[in-house]
Design a protein around this ligand. Structure first.
Ligand code: FE
Ligand code: ZN
Ligand code: FE
Ligand code: FE
Length: 170
C-alpha cells in the first residue's frame, strides 16, 4: 500500500477479497521462488520437499482462481509486500556461501517463515469465508491450510533428523 493511497473497507466481503488477492500474489511469487530453493538445497530430502511443495503451490494458485470464480470476481493480485520481503530473505540464503549443511539449515529457516505466514493468511481467510456463510470456499481454503501445515512439519522433521545434526559438525 503506497503512501498516498488508502484502502477502504466497507464490508467483511471487501476485506475478504483483499485478503485473497494478497494471498494470490504471494502464492504466485512462491511458484517462482521454490524452484530456486530446491536448486540451492543440498540435502536430498530437503530438495524433494521443496519440489513437492512447488507442485502443491501450483495447485494452491489454481484453488485461489476457483475461489475468485466462486465469488464471481476476476482473479486479481494485490502486491504482497510481506511475501516479497520473506522471499528476498530466502534469496539471501540461496546466494549464501559456506558450509552446505548450515546453508540447508538457513534455507529451512527462511522457508518456515514463509509457511507460517501462509498459515496465518489462510487461517484468517478461512474464518472470514465461514463468517460470510461461504462454507464451500472455507473448505477449499482449509485444504490449502492443511498443505501449508504439513509442509511446515515436514521442514521441522528434516531439520531435526538430518540437516541440523550435520550442520552442528560444521
Ligand atoms: Fe502456499
Ligand atoms: Zn501479504
Ligand atoms: Fe518479527
Ligand atoms: Fe507453502
Amino acid at each position: 500500500m503506497g503512501l498516498f493511497t488508502s484502502t477502504e473497507f466497507d464490508s467483511l466481503e471487501c476485506l475478504f477479497v483483499d485478503q485473497i488477492q494478497d494471498i494470490y500474489d504471494a502464492e504466485q511469487r512462491l511458484t517462482k521462488a521454490l524452484p530456486k530453493m530446491a536448486e540451492a538445497a543440498t540435502d536430498p530430502q530437503l530438495k524433494a520437499a521443496f519440489s513437492s511443495h512447488l507442485t502443491e503451490t501450483e495447485g494452491q494458485v489454481h484453488r485461489l482462481e476457483k475461489v475468485f470464480e466462486m465469488l464471481g470476481k476476476d482473479a486479481k493480485t494485490k502486491t504482497c509486500d510481506a511475501m516479497k520481503g520473506l522471499i528476498s530473505e530466502g534469496e539471501e540464503m540461496i546466494n549464501a556461501k559456506g558450509d552446505e549443511h548450515v546453508r540447508d539449515a538457513a534455507l529451512i529457516a527462511a522457508a518456515q517463515r514463509v509457511e507460517h505466514y501462509e498459515i496465518a493468511a489462510y487461517g484468517t481467510a478461512r474464518q472470514l469465508a465461514t463468517r460470510l456463510g461461504r462454507s464451500d470456499i472455507a473448505r477449499l481454503l482449509q485444504e490449502t491450510l492443511d498443505e501449508e501445515g504439513a509442509a511446515d512439519r515436514k521442514l521441522t522433521s528434516i531439520a531435526e533428523a538430518s540437516v541440523n545434526p550435520q550442520a552442528a559438525h560444521a
